[in-house]
Design a protein around this ligand. Structure first.
Ligand code: NAP
Length: 256
């Protein structure tokens, strides 16, 4: 299959790196011909002379532009093939209005972990997408991480839990590292300790049978240090604070 990318920034570049492990041909078109050539050379793919030339050749078009660019970029283009969009807040209905209601449309929500081919990606489609096309679309998203097929009504929640949360998790890691510095560890060492611990804890939950609660009970010995620290985290409102930040993220996504 020939896959065309219109707009190749951070996210589309990460996805293209994943697709290099598949047999699909990639063609790209960026903000200008000069940018397309520059990016194509970096990613070792083909540059199209224009968005329309790309559309004329591609079997599937992936839109890697920012949501606010959709109206202007799509206005003059005539699509004939399935389109995949990764834009935050861009519904399938809005995409159909900007392109054509007849086309198979796929909406995905990747996250920046696509850079290490470990994106947590949501996918949903309109009614024009066949089972075979959905399978191909999931092969594409699986090439840069794991795929969750969810209802479009849950996309804003997914965006908060997976799209934005790498920033929130990074903040938690940074806070742990700062605490280490407070007690005399060098920053780099403290950050490494915090990061390795977060990574291994996530792996334990993902691969083992313990729920987060089971794990908490195992680490907290009676009358010990961890239960004291854990209760302090709850006193200062970690759970409420996380949920409040997810509420804010979802509200923002709904009002984009
Ligand atoms: N970053 C994330 O974590 C993340 C997560 C989930 C979804 N997304 C979605 O992914 C999409 C891209 O985000 P990003 O973070 O990759 O942004 P980005 O790095 O800013 O990429 C956007 C790209 O669009 C290009 N562009 C601008 N105008 C264009 C035009 N007229 N025609 C073609 N290309 C044009 C820009 O080129 P120039 O650099 O030359 O201006 C840039 O390379 C967005 O819709 C975003 O909602 C991002």
């Amino acid at each position: 299959m020939k896959i065309g990318f219109i707009g190749v920034g951070k996210m589309a570049s990460a996805i293209i790196n994943g697709l290099n492990s598949t047999s699909h041909d990639i063609i790209i078109s960026g903000s200008s011909l000069a940018r397309s050539r520059e990016i194509a050379e970096q990613l070792e793919v083909t540059a199209a002379a224009s968005h329309q030339e790309l559309i004329d050749q591609a079997d599937l078009v992936i839109l890697g532009i920012k949501p606010q660019m959709f109206d202007t970029v799509l206005a003059d283009l005539a699509f004939h093939q399935p389109i995949m969009s990764m834009a935050a807040g861009m519904t399938l209905e809005r995409l159909a209005n900007l392109t054509s209601p007849e086309l198979p449309l796929i909406r995905i929500m990747p996250n920046l972990n696509a850079q290490i081919l470990k994106s947590t990606t949501a996918i949903c489609t309109n009614e024009n997408v066949s089972a075979q096309l959905l399978t191909t679309a999931k092969e594409i998203t699986d090439s840069f991480g794991s795929t969750f097929e969810i209802a479009e009504k849950d996309f804003d929640t997914f965006t908060a839990l997976a799209g934005s949360s790498p920033a929130y998790i990074a903040l938690f890691i940074e806070a742990l590292a700062k605490a280490g510095v407070k007690y005399g560890l060098p920053k780099a060492e403290s950050l490494n300790i915090a990061t390795q611990t977060v990574l291994a804890t996530a792996e334990t939950i993902l691969t083992g049978t313990d729920s987060p609660h089971d794990l908490i009970d195992k680490v907290c010995s009676p009358g010990g240090t961890t239960i004291a620290g854990l209760l302090d985290l709850e006193k200062t409102g970690l759970t409420a604070s996380v949920i409040s930040s997810i509420d804010t993220t979802i509200n923002k996504a709904k009002n984009l």
